[in-house]
Write a protein that binds this ligand. Structure first.
Ligand SMILES: [Zn+2]
Length: 457
């Protein structure tokens, strides 16, 4: 369905050169046709108060992890390695809980959960999501009748929730650097990179759906197989992502197996480059920073997850200075708030360096909009300019959080709860704070409840 033409009159809008007052944006066929500053509203225009940002991009998501929010900080079940009473533990004890949830998902349950999570994202101003997807197969590791049934569930969920999806289909072949897959990991595996590519080739992109490639990590993909995934992405001109050095243990195992850091292993395989994105980059060496930056590889930072999972703080300023563009993702969704994510990068940098302002407010908005979209293969989105996709996110400047502040510093103060209207590809998906699917809290409660009931059985 072609979206109708429309015109929006913005009290203020975030244009490429900064915040401009009285901006009229004409939209047709899902694209921005004209952007006129200093304009008067015309009859029939939709008025957008506050400050209108370009669409936000959530460049790293695992939708099903949303069902862990609010469940991982009490007493931990199961074996106690890495876990201590009272919710104490580490990344690896958290992963055990995540795996229990992964066991419980089928395509229908995944569809309902992802639909609610994606709707939560649109409520927060997200117009495109990169879903880093590795839960491919039924329990035990057979195949669904449609080998991409889980991907199809995600795709339908995104369509219904009203945002664009880049499916970062992840190759996941080994348990831990050469160890065989165990337990739920059998659901992730395609045997080898050729088997992965054969399945991914069955996916068909469209105007709102792109297929990207992902190397889960150097833990999960042997280095000679990484090259195969890189080659596939190059042939398809597809976005290419990988988790990188989220935990010290990954580095230690990688050095033991290869005598190289994970960043060096990715570089050896031809992974690094301007079309690629590494996620986290927390435990990188100075040489890794130089290597990643010099290659022009984008870094996707997920600070709310990285602190929730006790990962650490990525050297974001150093990576930027070395040459890497950066974007953000809400990853395991302890919060779904892309502005808060961008802000946290600057805040963590302050804690780590003792200095304020490594990143300007404009850099935070760029990371949350244009850089994230580019990382996901939507080079035509993330800016309010003629010819771009018509994504508009109206943020309140009269809320208790934002009232009285300089609109140019909105990224330092506003959050998901301040997003009032969201237009995606010319369609109004959130109107005055209400998503077209209705009560998203209810959708989340129902979907999370159903999955948790299965997981706890
Ligand atoms: Zn991740």
């Amino acid at each position: 369905m072609t979206p109708p033409s429309a015109a929006y009159w913005c009290e203020r809008a975030w244009l490429p050169d900064g915040v401009v007052v009285r901006v009229r944006v004409e939209v047709a066929d899902g694209l921005i046709r004209t952007v006129q500053a200093g304009a008067d509203p015309r009859p029939g225009d939709t008025r957008l108060p506050g400050v209108v940002l370009p669409g936000l991009a959530n460049a790293h998501s695992h939708a099903f992890h949303r069902a862990l929010r609010g469940w991982t900080d009490g007493a931990l079940p199961g074996p106690t390695d890495g876990a201590l009473p009272g919710g104490r533990g580490d990344f690896w004890s958290w992963r055990r809980q995540m795996y229990a949830l992964a066991e419980a998902l089928d395509p229908d349950g995944y569809h309902a959960l992802a639909r609610a999570v994606f709707a939560e994202m649109v409520l927060a101003g997200v117009t495109a999501v990169g879903e880093f997807h590795y839960l491919h197969h039924p329990p035990g590791g057979g195949r669904y009748a449609d080998p991409n049934a889980m991907a199809a569930a995600l795709r339908a969920a995104a369509e219904e929730a009203g945002l664009r999806l880049t499916l970062l289909d992840a190759c996941y072949l080994t348990g831990d650097l050469g160890e065989p897959l165990t337990g739920v990991q059998h659901r992730f595996g395609d045997g080898d990179a050729a088997g992965w590519a054969e399945r991914v080739d069955l996916l068909r992109p469209d105007a709102g759906f792109r297929v990207g490639a992902a190397v889960h990590s150097v833990r999960a993909v042997p280095r000679e197989q990484v090259s195969e995934v890189v080659r596939w992405a190059g042939e398809k001109d597809a976005p290419l992502h990988a988790h990188l050095s989220e935990q010290p243990a990954e580095n230690a195992r990688c050095r033991a197996a290869y005598g190289r850091t994970p960043a060096q292993v990715l570089d050896d395989a031809g992974f690094l480059g301007p079309g690629s994105t590494v996620v986290h980059a927390v435990h990188v060496t100075d040489d890794d920073v130089a290597l990643v930056g010099r290659s022009g590889t984008t870094v996707c930072l997920c600070p709310t997850t990285e602190r929730d999972l006790a990962d650490g703080i990525a050297p974001a300023g150093a990576l930027r200075d070395a040459g890497s563009p950066w974007c953000v993702g809400t990853d395991q969704h302890v919060a779904v708030d892309v502005l808060a994510e961008a802000r946290a990068v600057e805040m963590h940098e302050r804690l780590a360096t003792g200095r304020r302002g490594t990143f300007s407010p404009a850099e935070l908005v760029d990371a949350a909009t244009v850089a994230g979209h580019r990382s996901l293969g939507w080079a035509d989105a993330g800016a309010l300019v003629a010819g771009a996709r018509a994504d508009l996110v109206a943020v309140r400047t009269d809320s208790v959080r934002t009232a009285g502040s300089d609109p140019a510093q909105v990224a330092l103060v506003a959050g998901a709860e301040d997003v009032r209207t969201v237009v995606v590809d010319g369609r109004v998906v959130v109107d005055d704070g209400v998503h077209r699917l209705g009560d998203v809290g209810r959708l989340l409660a129902d979907a999370v409840g159903a999955v948790r009931a299965r997981a706890d059985r």
